[in-house]
Design a protein around this ligand. Structure first.
Ligand SMILES: O=C1O[C@H](COP(=O)(O)O)[C@@H](O)[C@H](O)[C@H]1O
Length: 259
């Protein structure tokens, strides 16, 4: 478990640009060190904001996109191409504009008839993760270089919502989620053990509607009631915030916002 580090930016645009720059550097470094990199994407406003900032960054050309594995932390269980799917939004924000190897883009299954339900889809994705894991990894998932998570106003991360069964899961790496309080109710999500296999976990939150969630997660709350509190990386846990989202944090916890 790594101790959370907190970085506060002036506003959400700057936060997205700084996170995109940080991610480019991380991918380039991982590719230089190991030949390839792996990133787990998140949906939501901040995740898509980061991808859009990455698409606009001139330094994006420093990344060898063909040597990048992309995974998802969660997905809304909807038909392929549905505008509400995290994958559809990620494609629009960035993925369709870069030269990815399609075999390395690991979409979560869609509700397309091939997969009966979200539980079956979760099993399929867990098997895909297990097949990509190597003996030196930490369990049946790859050691992701960076796993991105948006933080919901209710403290959910991926599709692990407070008190629902998914956040209590200790064995499986992927679960079907039913009755999510945020639409759509049926989803597929990595579990906390899978999230914690990542080298680095970056949590993104912007806007005053996230301030209470951020303060709860960083003040020692339990992960069942506050899933974001249970999301950490093996080497690093980074909270990337804008000033409104950090507004309820004790001031001593983080350095001044970037100008
Ligand atoms: O539904 C979801 O919500 C969270 C948070 O989204 P945000 O818009 O409040 O930032 C997101 O991280 C997750 O991937 C998504 O499925």
């Amino acid at each position: 478990m790594s101790t959370p580090q907190i970085v506060v930016h002036r506003d959400k645009e700057l936060m997205a640009q700084a996170a995109a720059a940080r991610l480019i550097t991380k991918i380039v470094d991982a590719q230089a060190a190991r030949g390839s990199a792996s990133v787990v994407l998140t949906g939501g406003r901040n995740g898509n904001g980061l991808l859009a900032a990455l698409a606009a960054a001139p330094a994006r050309d420093a990344v060898d996109w063909s040597r990048l594995d992309l995974w998802w932390g969660d997905e809304r269980f909807l038909p392929e191409g549905d505008p509400e799917r995290n994958a559809t939004q990620a494609r629009e924000a960035l993925l369709d504009a870069v030269d990815l190897d399609p075999a390395r883009v690991h979409y979560m299954p869609a509700a397309d008839g091939k997969h009966d339900d979200a539980d079956a889809a979760a099993e399929v994705y867990a098997a895909e993760l297990a097949a990509a894991a190597r003996p030196e990894d930490h369990g049946p998932v790859p050691s992701f270089d960076v796993l991105l998570l948006g933080v919901g106003p209710d403290t959910h991360v991926a599709s692990l919502f407070p008190e629902l069964p998914g956040v209590r899961e200790t064995e499986r790496t992927v679960v079907g989620v039913h009755g999510a309080p945020k639409p759509p109710p049926t989803r597929v999500s990595l579990t906390l053990p899978a999230i914690r296999a990542a080298r680095e976990v970056w949590l993104l939150a912007a806007g005053e509607d996230k301030a209470n969630a951020v303060a709860m997660a960083l003040s020692g709350a339990g992960e069942i009631q506050t899933p974001a509190a249970g999301a950490y990386g093996r080497q690093r846990t980074l909270w990337l915030l804008d000033a409104p989202a950090a507004a309820q944090l004790p001031r001593g916890l983080y350095p001044p916002a970037s100008p």
